[in-house]
Design a protein around this ligand. Sequence first.
Ligand code: PMT
Length: 421
Amino acid sequence: MTGLANKRILLGISGGIAAYKSAYLARLLVKAGAEVRVVMTQGAKAFIQPLTFQALTGHPVHDTLLDEEAEAGMGHIELARWADEVIIAPATADLLARLAAGMADDLLTTLCLATEAPIHLAPAMNQRMWSHPATQSNLLRLQGFGYQVIPPGEGEQACGDLGQGRLPEPEDLFAYLEALTTKATPAKDQPARGLTLLLTAGPTREPLDPVRYLSNHSSGKMGFALAEAAAQLGARVILISGPVDLPTPEGVERINISSAQELLDECQKRLQETDIFIACAAVADYRAADQSEHKIKKTSANDELTLKLVKNPDILATVAASEPRPFCVGFAAETREVEEYARQKLIRKKLDAIVANDVSDSAIGFGSDDNQVTLLYRPIEKPLTDAPIERLPLDRASKKIISQQLLKEICNLYYSAQDAK
Ligand code: PMT
């Protein structure tokens, strides 16, 4: 038995070629013990027969709003109340637009307005339609309403194009729903639902030779606490971590890296799907110009050894300059003039916000369980300008508590920034 047993899943299907995949999703859900009711738009019925879903779920398909017979059976409001979770797969560009406009012009859109259940959208469409600003802005609006968006996959499309817009495989949609239904946190406490957070944590290691490296004292505690808090607030969390001795927080997707270049490569692979980027990793600013193939030997002739270092890429600044650009939050680890240096980094790296962290105090710096920070951010109405920076000091508390406070604030800033666009 999975967390889906006895769960009431309302499966919405709109009119796209990927509708055929939903038949297999319905089958997987029924097999897992879920009760499944299917709602189809008129467009969906052009791609797949309602009878298929009736046979798979054991219940007639709902497809009309103004049907006396259907309303006498399970009416649209009753159906909206019945659902524990609503998933719409595929969700076409047209459906997203109608939902974003708050329309109730067919049974599926009406149900979405009427239900209190979490709604998960699995968009599927041609890659140009997906990347069109209208679709992207509809998605942002829908996320602001609390809809969760399951990012489409990349690859060859039914129309012959290559790109993003493929409906994820039924097994992946099933796994997504299964993971959700085993989570304990209630939806109303999850302001980050529907958002994908990319987080970096821990130190980097820059090799000098096969046995030595340059690194720093970051334990990963702050970054891992942020990842845990973000997952608890409902976000999909991708945590890219340097070498640390910490377990992966529940529900977090972890990628291990070692050097700054690897960290940059992994970040760049995930930028398209990232809504908020938080750079907590302590990245080495320099690496050896030449990494020795063999162990560097001590010689009796030389009392000194000179290492030539070259600058590493600045991951945060690179992400902040990328297109599309996620909401970017940095950390500034400083030992003096903490807020002033943090403010300069916020402006120089073109960030939305930065967490000023005084690491001169060992009780709140590297490796400690507590922290005390100040969040500096740009005024929402003047993004990426030199307008006076706003500040939010947070009292000393465990890194877990600080993370919860920071994330709630960062989510608010993110949504305000989206609204202001
Ligand atoms: O891991 P812990 O032991 O819990 O400690 C937490 C911490 C002190 C490491 C953390 O709270 C913190 O302050 N992290 C940022 C450390 C740092 O590298 O700060 P910085 O001021 O050197 O860098 C500024 C920002 O640019 C950071 O967001 C950093 O991730 C980023 N950066 C820096 C250099 C570089 N080449 N690429 C970057 O992306």
